[in-house]
Each structure stands twice: as C-alpha cells, then as structure tokens.
Ligand binder design. Structure first.
Ligand code: GLN
Length: 474
C-alpha cells in the first residue's frame, strides 16, 4: 500500500512537475515520463531475479524501501537540482520492492488453492488504497490544493516529494513488526551453512544497485539510451526464458507459451492505460473544468486517484460476480476476461474522446464525463490486471515463479515506454488554440480506443487456442 502510494503519487506529479516547474517541452516530458516508468518496471524484473537468487523477498523489501527513502530526501532538499538523481534512487528502490510483494502473495497459497484469485483481488484493492492516497496527496500538496495554509508556497513541491520518505518509513516499520508472521516465506534462498557466501553475494547486489544509480540518471535524462535498453531487454528475457524451457516438459512449456500470450497483450493494455501519468495528466490540467458533480475538485487529482478509488470499491464486487457466475456455470475463462478488459479500456478511451463535444469556447470540457470514462476503464483493469498476476503464478513452474512475475512487470515496462511514445505523438503544437489542442488529444484517445477494441476482439477470437495451451489451468 505505501509503496504504491509513492509510485502513483510520483507518477501523478512527474509530467506535471517537468512541464510546469522545470519548464520542459511537453513532448520531451512525455518521453522522459515514459522512460522513468519503463525503468521502474524494468527494474522490477531485475529486482525479482535478485530476490529469487540471492536476497530473498524480505531483504529485498528493506533494501528497496531504504533506496526510496534516500531518493525522496534528495528530492525534498531540492526537487529541481536532484530531480534525476532522486528519481533514479526511487526507481531502483521500487524495483526491489514491487515484484516481490506480488510473488509473496502467490506463495501464501498452496498450488490448487481456489482462493488464490480472490487473494490477488484483495491484494489489488489494498495496493490501490495506497495509489488513491498518494495520487491525491502528492499532487495536491505540490499544486497547493491541500495544506496550502501551513506549507509556504516555495516549499510545496519539496514537501510533496518528502511524503515518499514519510510513508516508506511507516511501511518499513510495519513490515519489521510483522514479518515473522510470514514464517519461511521471503527468506534468503541460501542455506545457513553458506553464510559467508551469502554475505558476499548480498553486498555485491547492494553495491551493484548503487552503481546503477548514475546510469539510470543518464538513461532517463537522455531517452535514446532508454530506447537501446528497451530494444535489448525484451529479446534478452525471451531468450533466457526459451533457454529455461529447454529443461522442461512439453505440458509445462505450453503453459509458459500461454503466459507469454497474456504478457504480450498486456503491453498493449498498459501502453494505452498509462496515458494516465503522461498525456492525460496535461489534458486534465489544461482541458478539464474544476467541477465534479458540483464540487470544486482538481482534475489532476481525479486523473491520479479516480481509477484507484473505483478499484477499491469494484475489485471485490467483480470478484463476487466471477464467483456467482462460476456457480451458475457461465464464468468467462481467463482469456475472455482479458479480452473484456480490452473492450472496457477501449470504450473508456472512446468516452474521453467524446469530451470534445461538450467543450466550451476555451477548450474546457466536463470532468464528470472524464470520471465516467475512468470508471469504465477501471472495469477493464479489474478484468485483466489481478487475473494476470494470479495467472503468472499458476502458469509457471515453481522454479520460474520470480522470472515470470518479472516478465509480467517487464511487459508493463514496455507498456509504459510505448505510453510515452503514444503520449508524445499526440502532443499538440504549442501555438495551437485551446480548442485545437483539445481536438488533437481527443482524436488520439479515439485512436487508442480503437486499438484496444481490436486487441480485445482478437483475444476473444483466439481464446479457444490459448485455453488449450493452458491445460488444466482455468
Ligand atoms: N495498478 C497495478 C499496480 O500498481 C498494475 C500495475 C502494472 O502492472 N502496470 O500494481
């Protein structure tokens, strides 16, 4: 919950901060936003791998949390001067934290336990409480919408970035007090007789992570380097997986291929969904009226947190709906659920597009309609994302759990990266009128909506084939 507070809090501020505080070009800001987010998720792949092989989940969490705290303190001291350094710390910290939390949820259930999907839904609601709070509080403090009477104007962004350190300290304390309840889950994979060796490897991971900080800083500031990395890491991870597959039986391999189908489609999903932190964040700032069913609510807060709030309420409802449908024997299978996820995403983006028909002469349109669009998108996310996590833990063999979870998040890295490209491609000319700008965004969202619907239809059409690959997994 607290880690997602930081992630979604920062996600909601980055593009805004780059454009309106660091005065960057919007298109560059979109690309750098995409690169930042891509690195967060790329590092989850690396963090997952090191946790599996060396640190174990528990130590990974502490190390990750610590790096996030340091990054936040740097950003608090001077958000503009330490922007890329602070972000680099937070990126790597999140990489050590995020995937391991999800894998630990998977380990709470024995194989075949039918509460696993429900467990992931509950987990998903939980992390979204953090996303909701972070998304509102961080940008709210930064923009002066919250606590403006107690925080001096020149320190608002410093305090906003400092919130990461505050909540991660709470998070690490909570974990330190409770981790015993997890029993052996999350211990280092080394046996006790290898103490010396384990220490050496551990220190190598810590030092290696610190050595990556200047690299990440350069890569995010110069997005072409991120491009090169993205060209490399995907094919590399696939080759690695194929190598692992040579050691497995045919039926396990077929399951892994099914997992890959889900992973590849999820790239498209996140590329569209993740306009949220990029182009939609500028769209919200410039084209939405500050009026949500009569209340003067900041559109950026809705953009950052509306989705999380809907997840908190509706993930359990959808969970119950699946259970009810399964009792009546017409629960859609996971592939069809994925397809439905895309259809909802498409309709949601189409709803954003229709905003332009309700705009005034200043290019300002309805926050209510925008919020409704997010409601629809959220149903898509619930149909796809927690199920994806659960499927990764079901379709992979015991030894490949961490790697497959890593690949699932690596797909999010690609999604984020493509989201930056998409967002940058629909950036209006600076000199354009407000109405023209609104038009450019709206046409873009319509296009993304169409892509999502095509992907959904394709998935539903190929669902019988994917089902076959999945064997006994539902
Ligand atoms: N909202 C989810 C989370 O924060 C999904 C993120 C993702 O996989 N891109 O965990």
């Amino acid at each position: 919950m607290w880690e997602r507070f930081c992630f979604y809090g920062m996600r909601g501020m980055l593009t805004y901060f780059m454009v309106y505080q660091m005065l960057m070009d919007k298109s560059v800001a979109n690309l750098q936003y995409g690169a930042t987010q891509a690195w967060v998720y790329a590092f989850t792949f690396i963090g997952g791998l090191f946790a599996d092989k060396i640190l174990g989940f528990k130590k990974s969490l502490f190390w990750g949390g610590l790096l996030m705290i340091v990054g936040s303190i740097l950003l608090m001291i001077s958000p503009k001067d330490f922007f890329f350094t602070g972000i680099a710390f937070v990126i790597i910290g999140t990489g050590f934290f995020k995937p391991n939390i999800s894998s630990m949820v998977g380990q709470l259930y024995k194989s075949g336990d039918n509460r696993r999907d429900a467990g992931f839904s509950l987990f998903y609601s939980g992390i979204n409480i953090g996303a909701f709070l972070g998304g509102i509080l961080m940008i709210g403090v930064g923009k002066g919408e919250i606590l403006s009477s107690v925080i001096p104007e020149n320190l608002r962004w410093n305090v906003a970035f400092a919130l990461v350190a505050v909540v991660m300290i709470i998070s690490l304390f909570t974990f330190a007090l409770n981790h015993k309840k997890l029993g052996p889950i999350g211990m280092s994979p080394f046996k006790s007789e290898d103490k010396g060796k384990a220490r050496k490897y551990e220190w190598a991971v810590y030092i290696g992570a610190l050595a990556c900080i200047p690299l990440i800083q350069i890569m995010v500031a110069n997005t072409v380097y991120t491009d090169y990395f993205m060209y490399f890491i995907g094919p590399f991870s696939l080759l690695y997986l194929f190598y692992e597959m040579t050691k497995l039986e045919r039926k396990d391999n077929l399951k892994l291929i099914a997992a890959l189908v889900f992973i590849i489609f999820s790239v498209v999903f996140w590329a569209i969904f993740e306009q949220a932190g990029g182009s939609l964040s500028i769209y919200a700032a410039e084209h939405l009226k500050k009026d949500l069913i009569g209340l003067p609510i900041d559109p950026n807060m809705v953009n950052n947190s509306g989705n999380a709030m809907f997840v908190i309420f509706f993930a359990p409802v959808v969970g119950l709906l699946w259970l009810w449908m399964s009792k009546k024997k017409f629960e859609p299978n996971s592939v069809v659920k994925f397809g439905l996820g895309f259809l909802f995403l498409g309709i949601g983006f189409y709803t954003f597009f229709t905003g332009k028909f309700f705009a005034d002469a200043a290019g300002m349109t309805s926050l209510n309609l925008f919020t409704f669009g997010y409601l629809i998108i959220t149903f898509g996310e619930i149909a796809l994302s927690p199920i994806g996590l659960s499927l990764m833990t079901k379709l992979s063999t015991q030894k490949l759990q961490g790697v497959m979870m890593g690949m699932w998040f690596l797909a999010s890295a690609y999604g984020q990266y493509v989201a930056g490209l998409f967002g940058s491609s629909i950036t209006p000319e600076d000199g354009a009128s407000a109405v023209e700008k609104l038009n450019v965004y709206s046409e873009g969202y319509k296009q993304f909506g169409i892509y999502a619907i095509i992907a959904g239809v394709v998935l539903i059409a190929i669902s019988p084939i994917v089902r076959k690959l999945m064997g006994d997994v539902k």
